[in-house]
Design a protein. Sequence first.
Lengths: 743, 80, 80, 234
Amino acid sequence: MSDATSPAAAPVTPEVVHAHGLTDHEYAEILRLLGRTPNLTELGVFSVMWSEHCSYKSSRKHLKQLPTEGPRVLHGPGENAGVMDIGDGLAVVFKIESHNHPSFIEPYQGAATGVGGILRDVFTMGARPIASLNSLRFGAILHPKTPYLVNGVVGGIGGYGNCVGVPTVGGDVYFDECYDANILVNAFTLGLAERDRIFTGKARGAGNPVVYVGSKTGRDGVHGATMASESFSEDAEQRRPTVQVGDPFTEKLLIEACLELMRTDAIVGIQDMGAAGLTSSAVEMAGRAGSGVELELAQVPLRERGMTPYEILLSESQERMLLVVHPESVAEVRAIFERWDLDAVVVGRVIDEPVFRVLSEGRPVADIPVAALTDAAPAYDRPAQRPPRQDEIQRLDADALPRPESMTRVLEQLLGSPNLGSREWVYRQYDHYVRGNTVLAPGADAAVIRVKGTSRGLALTVDCNARYCYLDPHAGGMAAVAEAARNLSCVGATPLGLTDCLNFGNPEREDVMWQFSQAIEGMREACLALEVPVVSGNVSFYNETDGVSIHPTPTVAMVGLLEDVTRIATPWFKEEGDLVVLLGLNRDELGGSEYLKVVHGQVAGKPPAVDLVLERGIQRTCRLAVEQGLLSSAHDVSEGGLAVALAECCIAHPDRAGFGAVIEIEHRGRADALLFGESHSRIVVSLKERHCGLLQDIATQENVPMAVIGEVDGDRLAINDLVRAPVQRLRNIWSTALERYVK
Amino acid sequence: MLVKVFVTLKEGVLDPQGKAVENSLHSLGFGAVREVRVGKYLELNLDVAEAGDAEQQAQRMCEKLLANPVIEDYRFEVSG
Amino acid sequence: MLVKVFVTLKEGVLDPQGKAVENSLHSLGFGAVREVRVGKYLELNLDVAEAGDAEQQAQRMCEKLLANPVIEDYRFEVSG
Amino acid sequence: MRWGVAVFPGSCDDDDVVHSLRHVLGHDVRTLWHKDPFDGRCDGVVLPGGFSYGDYLRAGAMARFAPVMQGIVDFAATGGLVLGICNGFQILCEAGLLPGALTRNESLRFVCRRVTLRVEHARSPFTRTARPGDLLEMPVKHGEGRYYADALTLDELRDHGQVLLRYADAVGGTPDAANPNGSVENIAGVCNRRRNVFGLMPHPEDATEELLGGVGGLTIFSSMAAEVERRNGA
Ligand SMILES: Nc1ncnc2c1ncn2[C@@H]1O[C@H](COP(=O)(O)OP(=O)(O)O)[C@@H](O)[C@H]1O
Ligand SMILES: [Mg+2]
């Protein structure tokens, strides 16, 4: 690939074509569209624009299945981020994105630049970023590389997010050997904008100048977009020079300068330079407007000497934006960026002719019809096939499982396990208070931030159980949406919309495509039933190493609205004497549980099934009860099952030791299934006895089973005659679980 | 044996720290400053007798821990 | 002129980073390592003709910005 | 009360300070842009938290040379009240307005959590509405907050009652466990000998509303306001 950096005159041979990740068929199509042979620079442009990452060529057909409409949706997928109306003339702008492969190569910088990238997607639309989430998947906790990766990634997310002054208010972290050689780092940001001042990436108006702002261009990440679209192999670590380094300080200046400029009328269109840098931002802006763009590379601010047009066009240097402005505003743009000590340079102009034309000191180096790069990009209907071994995976002989001697011991083992232990070690490294809106910091079912100047609040969560998706991608996709909505409902928020990051293996494999289409179908059904539109998202394929795929991981980040931010619920018990109530049904589903994995070393069975009607009823019941001020606490049952959920109610208070509880549940089946089965649609609430009747009324109306299962009491947790443990002991085990491994 | 290790960013890798120091030095009036790069400097004592042994260990320590080969270069000196 | 600046923590100032590196090296099997100190290493080009001038400027840069005298010592080398 | 809040490139908590002073306390606030000289026409100045100039060399090292700082130094020299929060504290130490230095947290990690602070002295413009031994709750969030001063300086600080706040536990003790960053003697905030310049690592501006988890930070701002009233009334 070394000759890719030599001048455009270098010959385009079949090897060069393949090295760019293009198939013979795709190359033939390029020849047809151009009516001539592309030069090397043009080939590079095609390769990034037609990469999976930019073109969504394998996923487009399936993504159309997702419901994207709703009364509050202002901009759905297709823009840099989704936009939703929250009333009072305000809108929220949010999106999630992956930075998986870069984070494996250089965890700190990979994660940091992932945060930087998603921030730009959000403020490019005119929104002030006010909250971030991150969703992380690492390999087995005992894998020798895991602590290094965890420390690097968490450090990078904090290092970048803290420095730009955007609070990181939540996220999730899981460990599983399927990610040993392919970790996942998905970053989410939410911004707040005025409803009528949303900016989009459109290069309108022939003659309008195209302005480059932000950091100078170096050779960083040349070919990042194609890397994100290729499988990993051992030699990936040799792609070293392409690592991007983040500069959060410059990003902070860029945010302030752009938001300041957005208060003027200078901007016609604006877009961040993300994957495939200058090329994709210019081409996408022209594509959306049906126009063309002409660039003069000699004007582009460069950090390194001797950069070729190829490198300038494909560089993924961070902290850069591309603007189209009104001609008379150029001086104003310059003045504002100078005030923030940033470069702002006119590098081209909008043209009527719909082509992407690039000059280098007046000499043409690329000339490609915009549509050839956008609309004409390949779209595949890749074959999908349920793998025969799926039946085998789903088989679980529960009767053959040895019965644990002590359920208390099992509970302790689970609370101290990497996937169920407290995440505090992670989120303590993130500033979750900056901007002064954080009502509920990490540690609850969802984060809550207030919206200044209104009585409203926003709730945020990110969820996905990839083990469920592996066992049954349809049920798993459904569960991811259901759980996210449930987490929002637990704090009292009504789901508004979601953004998803679909992390999958190699789409050229039939079983992966099957997983993909199944997961989307499951998500779709849950979105429809729970009335949550998908407003933005991201697809990350090729998460495999040497032919082994990760578990399908369709991460769902969901945003909810609270009309009154003072009316929220938190997971932990508040007062002795409160009754403990279970909304929902125990169904003894052990398949895919953390208990099976941790205690019996098995990943098997059918994952718990989601009954969407019940799910909807449970969530509404919880929300109404929070709204009416009936509840002292609310917490959903998820990984680890009922026993872990009850334990969390006792121990999850951020500063205090917590209360115990005495629980008596009627039950006839297996004790382990009762305690540790992960049936969906269950919420544990606590409340004053006098509120019980009112809660029962709501539950009856919503057709939701409800049972009083015990009382908040003392300083130990007791469940039937199965579990008996001091709260302090459980808390110690739980709160030190992660740091024991990763420190 | 005293080992001094110098860890610097690879050429071409963005050095925001260096850039910031350069800007500050300029605004403090040091106009002649060009290209500042900021790296790490480590001193460690090695309880071994032979310089050759120290060199070998230093080499391996740099490779394994002290420098991040993805973005950094290193250099070391061993002295009595 | 190339100026190399070494900034190290004063003796007596706790160096948790040095301690952490030392522990990591031990657990990687480098048992002979003693007393690791971590500091900063800066390289800067000075567009001046005279070494003496470079020395003077380097001195002032260290005093004013590059090191904090409450906690740090510095040292620099000027080369052609 | 008229406040000035300095804004450096990379300041992050400036908006939060302005919000607390203007909307929670109802005071007059203006921002002081780092490139502009400061005329001293304020009753109190706040240097907010964040990562001024990226904090790329040492936290606060570059900000002290900003044009606005000369005016703030002059303001302090005439007895004006200057409060440095987090990065502001680091800047004040770098500028020599406060003794000591803030170094990398002992854990080598950024730390964000609520802490309890014990008021050591109420005889200061920053703590005058409190009583010695009072406990205040507010968050810390920093990577370089380990206060360091040599033995001689520590003696002086003690002799002159300059340590205004220490990290404490729920009952007012000062065990290591209550210390989020390894600061010497659990020191969370110190003032100068003249007692008109104060720096602390915790964030009072993030603890001024019950909705956001408590009002422990109000003590600092209202003490300053009370001091100004006293001075003006006198
Ligand atoms: N990577 C992370 N960054 C920030 N907060 C996190 C992260 N991972 C987990 N958390 C927080 O820890 C708490 C527990 O997370 P999790 O167990 O995933 O919750 P749940 O099961 O309710 O979805 C949540 O408040 C979550 O936001
Ligand atoms: Mg939950």
